[in-house]
Design a protein around this ligand. Structure first.
Ligand SMILES: Cc1ncc(COP(=O)(O)O)c(C=O)c1O
Length: 424
């Protein structure tokens, strides 16, 4: 490991030499020759879509996550929409969800004409707080809450047992948005077979990629059937089944969409699945190195890992102890970018986006999520990161944080608010 910086090193943002010459992204895919060969093979075959690779990928994926069924979709968002449909959400219904997520989690409730109800997150994991969910549920006199959408933020599983119990008590389904959490373990089991439905994304920054793509895993045969039908226009049989049995007749039985994942994508998914376990090991190793390296930075709060949980580390989000810093999050973010560290922020709480702000509860209602947002910075985290990449991130964070530490107490918080308006 290279020597850690002292206060004397000029920050790149002030004209000093950046830690890296080239920007390190916060996430990226890694594809090898076997992945490319798998895709080319399908390109030369009879089936580019609705072919045999789909069932093969779904079966292998279901077995990997420990679920009885898996239904593929063209994206994680389409998979969430499928889950919202299968849960029976419609106009007049509600679903409880977290503000600390990508907007797709709540959007899928709106796609069904239902209303998302936000509940605040726990301060340690930033996952949906079961106590806050219980409050929202008991505040409602009607039983129109059909689902709880929990998110495994950053790859740390949500409080699935507690939320599952709450859902059951209220006659709702627990839908786990595990788009960050493929391979995460909760109380000894991989996520996928625990909630009523578990949703995954195969976007390139995720643990496994198919370009775009998603999956819903479930143990319920009826939900799986509905999901298959919904992603295929609401048609109850598949084109290949008809072709192979010499049938032309089909029926559309519900209003679905074309949310199918292609055979090209499924071949890539199958090939990527082979590398999932070592990729997870590498992410866990990087997370361990970060956590150990930032122990000596009191202005940096590292992610908490609860007992009985093994996160998948899609993200490594730190929180800044702004009270100890002479700059706000926006300035520290810019300083890290100037060092060529591709930091990001996950997430602007969903209810603070203009679309939601204008239609739902106003800002100020979810203090834990809102306070976390002011402090969050996601550091680069992807399985192909080299040892030098990890060292560079550790070096740059020390360089920047040490520079701003102890230069004026509490100033960070105030200056951040001013900067936010200008730059975010
Ligand atoms: C928590 C969460 N849910 C849903 C999605 C949507 O997945 P996709 O991009 O595959 O549509 C994402 C994407 O990043 C996500 O992070």
């Amino acid at each position: 490991m290279s020597a850690l910086p002292t206060k004397l090193q000029a920050l790149a943002i002030h004209g000093g030499t950046p830690v890296r010459k080239k920007l390190l992204p916060y996430g990226r895919q890694s594809l090898d020759d076997a992945d490319i060969r798998a895709v080319v093979e399908v390109l030369k075959s009879d089936w580019l879509t609705t072919g045999p690779k789909i069932g093969e990928f779904e079966e292998r994926f279901a077995a990997w996550v420990g679920a009885r069924y898996a239904v593929s979709f063209s994206s994680g968002t389409a998979a969430l929409h499928g889950a919202a449909f299968a849960a029976g959400l419609g106009p007049g219904d509600e679903a409880v969800t977290t503000p600390m997520t990508f907007c797709a989690t709540a959007n899928c409730v709106l796609y069904q004409g239902a209303t998302p109800v936000f509940a605040d997150v726990s301060p340690d994991t930033l996952n949906l707080d079961p106590g806050e969910v219980a409050k929202e549920l008991s505040a409602r006199t009607s039983s129109r809450t059909k689902a709880i959408f929990a998110v495994d933020y950053s790859g740390h599983p949500a409080a699935l047992d507690e939320l599952g119990q709450l859902a059951k008590t209220h006659g709702a389904l627990l839908i786990e948005d595990a788009c960050h959490a493929l391979g995460a373990e909760y109380r000894g089991k991989r996520v996928g077979g625990i909630a009523d439905m578990t949703v995954f994304s195969f976007h390139p920054v995720k643990h496994l990629t198919t370009g775009e793509g998603g999956m819903v895993a479930t143990n319920d045969a009826r939900l799986a059937e509905t999901l298959r039908c919904f992603r295929n226009h609401g048609i109850s049989s598949e084109a290949r089944q008809r072709q192979e049995s010499g049938q032309w007749f089909y029926e559309m039985v519900l209003l679905g969409f074309n949310y199918r994942l292609t055979d090209i994508a499924c071949a890539l998914g199958l090939s990527q699945l082979e590398k999932l376990a070592p990729n997870l090991t590498r992410r866990r190793e990087i997370a361990g190195q970060y956590t150990a390296a930032f122990r000596d930075l009191p202005a940096v709060v590292v992610p908490t890992v609860r007992e009985g949980v093994n996160p998948a580390w899609h993200l490594y989000p730190i929180r800044l102890n702004l009270e100890m810093l002479a700059a706000g999050r926006a300035e520290i973010f810019r300083a890290l970018r100037a060092e060529n560290i591709g930091v990001n922020v996950h997430y602007i709480p969903v209810h603070q986006h203009p679309y939601y702000r204008e239609r739902f509860k106003s800002k100020g209602s979810y203090p834990v999520a809102e306070d976390a947002y002011e402090r969050l910075i996601s550091l680069p985290m992807f399985h192909a990161m080299m040892a030098q990449d990890v060292e560079d991130v550790i070096h740059a964070l020390h360089k920047v944080v040490i520079h701003y530490q102890g230069k004026g107490e509490g100033k960070g918080e105030r200056s951040h608010l001013l900067e936010t308006r200008q730059s975010e």
